[in-house]
Write a protein that binds this ligand. Structure first.
Ligand code: HMS
Length: 233
């Protein structure tokens, strides 16, 4: 079942290593088949060096139960499932421990939009979730998804326009229309986290023109999208 999606998720997980976003068994990628209501995700604690497409685990979107696979699904599976249920537009989710984005998450700070590189891909500051309550620590991974959705909705953030978040004291989660786009957004998150860290160490008081944000974001999104579009006659 879902052999083609397993292969895509497997390759997307290997891309995390290719882009230096993870080491050892850290991180995970999933994708969803919305027609079947099934999610394919990386198995828990399996090295990227030895992992195979057939190791990918298939779980039910609503119950979280494993419907296919011999290995345990990623420990972050409940987080992925909350995001798929809350954001119907997304088709892939990524979690990494990429160094700079994780450092911003551990510091509990939003990654500010202070450059066109950020604005090309993420409209808003990349938000960091709040501390979790003692109650939320029970079923931590499920409530990680809940605090992500709460942070996005309370910030009136469009999850398609700002496809990522930092989980405080943990690390980044990104998403996209499919697993590949979710990985792409994870790479961008790490890059803009690094750029912002360096920029603010040079000038903590730097600013960003909101008009420049709109100009760059609209190059890829919205009616005036330019990137990769046919030349207007
Ligand atoms: O963030 C963490 C642990 O802190 C996990 O995402 C990471 O170790 C990957 O766990 P899985 O192997 O996907 O269960």
């Amino acid at each position: 079942m879902l052999e083609e999606l397993k292969e895509k998720v497997f390759q997307a997980n290997l891309d995390l290593v290719k882009h230096n976003l993870v080491i050892f068994t850290w991180g995970n990628v999933s994708a969803i088949d919305r027609e079947k209501g099934l999610v394919v995700i990386k198995p828990s604690g399996v090295s990227y060096d030895t992992m195979k497409a057939s190791d990918m685990v298939v779980v039910d979107l609503h119950s979280g139960k494993v419907v296919e696979g011999d290995l345990n699904p990623s420990s972050d599976t409940p987080t992925h499932l909350v995001l798929y249920r809350a954001f119907p537009e997304i088709g892939g989710v990524v979690h990494t421990h990429s160094t700079y984005a994780t450092a911003w998450a551990q510091a509990g700070r939003d990654i500010p939009n202070i450059g066109t590189t950020h604005a090309d891909y993420f409209h808003d500051d990349i938000p960091c979730t709040a501390d979790m309550t003692a109650d939320q620590m029970a079923e931590y991974e499920y409530h990680t998804g809940v605090v992500i959705v709460n942070r996005i909705s309370s910030g009136n953030i469009n999850p398609v326009h700002t496809p990522g978040v930092l989980v405080k004291n943990h690390g980044p989660f990104s998403w996209g229309k499919d697993a590949d786009q979710a990985v792409y957004n994870a790479v961008v998150m790490e890059q803009v986290a690094k750029m912002a860290f360096i920029s603010l160490s040079v000038n903590p008081d730097t600013t960003m023109n909101p008009l420049l944000v709109e100009k760059h974001f609209s190059r890829k999104h919205g009616p005036n999208a330019y990137y990769g579009q046919k030349k207007k006659q």
